[in-house]
Structures are given as structure tokens and as C-alpha cells.
Design a protein around this ligand. Sequence first.
Ligand code: CUV
Length: 664
Amino acid sequence: MAKKERTPEEASRDQATITLLTQATEEGIETSFSRADSMAACPIGSDGYCCKVCGMGPCRLVKEGQTGICGATRETVAARNFARMVAAGAAAHSDHGRDLAYTLLAAAEGHAPDYSIKDPAKLREMAGYLDVAVDGKTTEELAKDVALAALGEFGKVEGKIKYLDRAPPKRQEIWKKLGIEPRNVDREIVEIMHRTHIGNDQDAEHILDHAMRAALGDGWGGSMMATDLSDVLFGTPAPVISEANLGVLKDDEVNIIIHGHEPTLSEMIVAAAQDPEMIKYAKSKGAEGITMAGICCTANETLMRQGVPLAGNFLQQELAILTGAVEAMVVDIQCIMQGVVKLAENYHTELITTSPKAKITGATHMEFDEHRAMEIAKEIVRKAVDRYPERKKTRIPEDKAELIPGFSHEYIRYALGGTHRGSFRPLNDAIISGRIRGVVANIGCNNARVCHDHLHQHVVTEFLKNDVLVVETGCGAIASAKQGYMTPEAAFEAAGPGLREVCEAVGMPPVLHMGSCVDNSRILTVLAEMATETGLGEDISDIPAVGMAPEWMSEKAISIGTYCVASGAYVIMGHKSPVSGVEVVDRMISDGWESKVGGRMEFINDPEEIVRRSLAHIDKKRAALGLPEYDPTKWGQSGDARMEQLIELPLEERIEAAYGNKAE
Ligand code: CUV
């Protein structure tokens, strides 16, 4: 059944995207947007009652009370489907973390000479969490022991994941009492697959409890270690200047897009592209230089540390190629649409896969090996440069916006208190006083069935007006970056009076870019520290905060949402619930989980409703803590003097003035 085709303006809120979609429509070029228009989602699967875990099915339980051939109920089937999404998402994040541990090990043993320990202080911090003795060891010896200890967390024989100790004590108690402390990262994922095999766990609530356990192994295990290991190897982020949207591509330079999730190879490509030998080679082919730009979370990783500009978020990957100005799109793992290969055939773009875990039929595979990282990175850059003479007509949209990303939890702590007194106290105080009404973590994907960036833009705009501090990762962060919300002066235009005062005092943007999807662990860390710093209760569930992924589409987003709920957060997912057809299960993950762990998961499609429920939740938590009622008329009389001075300066100097002393 063909659906109505949306106009570009109905399909996206992003101007660069609208421009390129208009071109695509005129030229009859297919994209994920047009494919979403021409194919409706399968109604049985999307409601959660399609069971295909055995060869007697697939069973389609379309009627109330209907069971599968084995007798499995709709509740069992929906819970199993949900749990399997968590398993896949947790596996993706955690396996990414594991590879970083192997890279650290190789670097420590001298087998990966292009990598080094960029943040030895963070290495020592990791050693503390992992019970690795520090004294008397060289950095390399310590790095080896930390890498081995981290790898141990994925499959250790007994005990529980060590990083769980980073959660507030009260939270740890809840997990322990419920029996959902993950024992190790891999085991809980394997156990989901086991439990959801035909004829095993057939109690929806019981299945979903285990889904929380596996998801916690992602958030407080695989993802948190991935973040820490990336910081150790590539440096802990601090503010940098950059730009976002397809307008960052250059007409007279070789453009290389890095897309996927891992920083390991992309960091090398970024370095290779700056090599004078490579630039000379580009010039020999008639280009002025080499421009790198990122898509999805590889973009967020290299943006946070190197200031590599963002080309766009998930739904813009095909559009980058449509500009005709991309010589190579280099991909590693996750969120890479197979459609890019076919699309690239219309252009001179070389699609290069690099991960041993992700080949795409029709793409050029140049497998990455950390032992010869720089050599491979240079080969890739050379291949891109070779394509430049074949470039034909380009149509790079003009749209781009400035941004200042780099808000690791370490940097936030430092920004609030300086080197010696760094703490989350000022943030807690701002919430207690009511200058900041609460915090929203807006994260997650784009979804071709949702107007691109619309939900992200709508909710963030409303939260800022209502003095809610917004922290972001993933493609949600890229949406706000493109919207211009990630500069300190955005507070002037977009923030309510109280939030504006705080941004002015600290010199920070009203929306903080905290990194990639695995870096949602940074948000967990901030929440844990806020809960243990006095004044906002004793647990994450006490904080006036909401997490959301309004345009979610990946299984990783379901895992993230689940570990945030299990950590005590109210989580709103936009679009549609994968178990929407089975009310009992929908209630289990909302009311049921709330009674167990204090957090709840809801799926809400209407952006107004997302905002309304979030603010209601924030105000409810404020009241429970005995904090003053939110009253914006109390703030904004300070004259915003510092901001006005800053705004006069050129951007480079503004950064220097606001962030001069970087975190150590
Ligand atoms: Ni990992 S998971 S579309 S890139 S946020 Fe972007 Fe972020 Fe979702 Fe993928």
C-alpha cells in the first residue's frame, strides 16, 4: 500500500536537508525519506506481536487472547521482542567498548605504535574503579593492567560489574534487592537470547526485569568503559569551536566524510588528512586541501576532541553524497544505511567500509588494523584524493551553524568550580534556587517516519524557554548544533531568564554537547554526582530530570532508555512503542518499572505532550525535594553584562575568554 509522499518541508525541519531532498525528488533519486513514504511499517511487527523465534511461525497474534503455536501469549511475545532489542543495543555499545580495550592493550604492549595514552590521569581514575594497583607502574604497565581488567568485566566468572559502584549507594541497593545487578557485560546479553529462545522464560515481567539487568551492563558497563577508554586513548573532551551541517563541505577541497561510531580509525584519518604530504597530494590533484566532516557518532567523537565539523545526523548520510562533493565516505560500525552504496553509484563518491564486523556489498573494503593504523588511514585519504578529479557538479547547501561542544563531565565540574574546587555544587545550587528548573537529557536518533529534527527542535526550544538545562548526545545533539543552540550567546535568544543567568555566569551554552551515544554514560555520571552532592536527594530518581529520545529508531536507543529507567530516570521515547499493541507490557515498562526502580518509560508522539509531561515531572520532583516553586519572574535582572561583552569579541577570542584555562 503506497502512502502519501511528503513534501521536503514535511519530511524535515532542517534547511540543508530540505534543499537536497528537493533536488532528489526532482531527479527521481531514492532516499530513506522516499522509501519511508512508499512503504508502510508492518502493523503486526510494529505493535509488538509478531513472534518469529522458531520455525513453527512466524506467528501473528493479531487478536486479543490469541497465542502462538506453542501457546506463547501476546505479553510473552512483546516482552521477548523488547528484550531482544535491548540485547542487540547493549551488544553494539559494549562490543564497541571491548574493541577500545583491545586497542589500549595493543598500545600498552607496543603493538599499536600510532596510539598513545593521551590522558594518564583518567587512566589512573579507571584503575581505581577497576581495583587495579597503580603504585610503581609505568604508564604503559598500568595501561596494560587496566585494559586487561576492563576486558575482564565483559566475561568475568563471579561478582558484579565493578563500575556499578559509581552509582549512588541508594541506587546500588535497589539493584541488589531486585537482583538486577549485571554480573558481567556479555553474560546478561547472552542470557536475554537464552531466555527468549522458544520454550524458555514465558513470564513478561520476569523477561523485562532481565532486560533491565542487561541494559545496566551497557550503561554502567560497556558504554561507560567505552567512554573512559576513548578518553584515555584520545583525550578527555574540553570545549572547542566547530561548525555543523552540510555547509561545512568545501567546493574546492577534497571532502572526506567519516561515519559510524568508533574514534579509533577516524582519529587516525583526521591526523592523516592534516599531514603535509597528504595535503600536497591533494593539491597535485587540483584541490586546495582536505576537509573532514562527520556523520552520526563518529562525528560526535571527533568533534568533541578534535573539533572536526559535523556534516549532519543519521538521516543526512545519504544527503551528504547527494551534494556531489564527497570524495569518500569512510564508515566503521552502526547506523550506516545500506542505501548509501546504491546512492553513491550515481556520483564519484567512494564508499569505504573498514570494520571486520561491517562489510557492505558493493562498497570498497579496506580493513582497519590498529597495528598499522596510520598507514591504513593514509591509504584511505589517498584513495579519496584520487577521486577528486572525477567530481562533477556540486550542490553544497549553504547552511551551517557554529557550536562549542566538548562538555565532558570532567569539564563541567571544572567549569563550575575551577581546578581545585571543581564540583557540581553550583549546578545543584542553581536547581535548588530555581534559576534552573530542571535538566533534560535529549538524546538519540532520527527516524525516517518522523519529520527529521522536528521533535528534537520543538522540545529543546520549549525546554530552554522554561529554564530547563538541556544536555545532549548522539543525533539529538547534532540537531541542536545545527539549530545554533550550542553557543553561549544562544542563551540570550533562546533561554529563559534563570537559565540565561547561569549560562552568563559560567559562559556556557544552554544546550551542552556531551558526546556520542556511548557517552550517555557521561550523563549517568553527572546525575550520580548531582545525587551524591547534597541538596537534590540521594538518588538519581530524586533529581528533577527527564531523559528522552524523541526520534529514536535504533535498538541501542531502547537499551539506553532501559538503563536510564533502571537508573531511576523518567524516560520519554518519541514516535511509537515497539510493544504498543500489548497494553499489559506497555504498563509493565511504565507503572511496573516505576514501582520497582523509580524510573518509567513512556512512548509519546506529540511534542507538546512530551514537554508538558516533562515539566510536570520536573515540578513534581522539585516539590518532593521541598524546593521553591519555579518562578521565572525572579530572575534575569542582572543585566547579562558578561555575555554582552563576550558577544562583541570574535569567536576565537570569545572561547579564549570563556574557556581559557582548560581542564587538567
Ligand atoms: Ni550512536 S544510534 S542514529 S548514531 S543517535 Fe544517531 Fe548515535 Fe541513533 Fe545512530
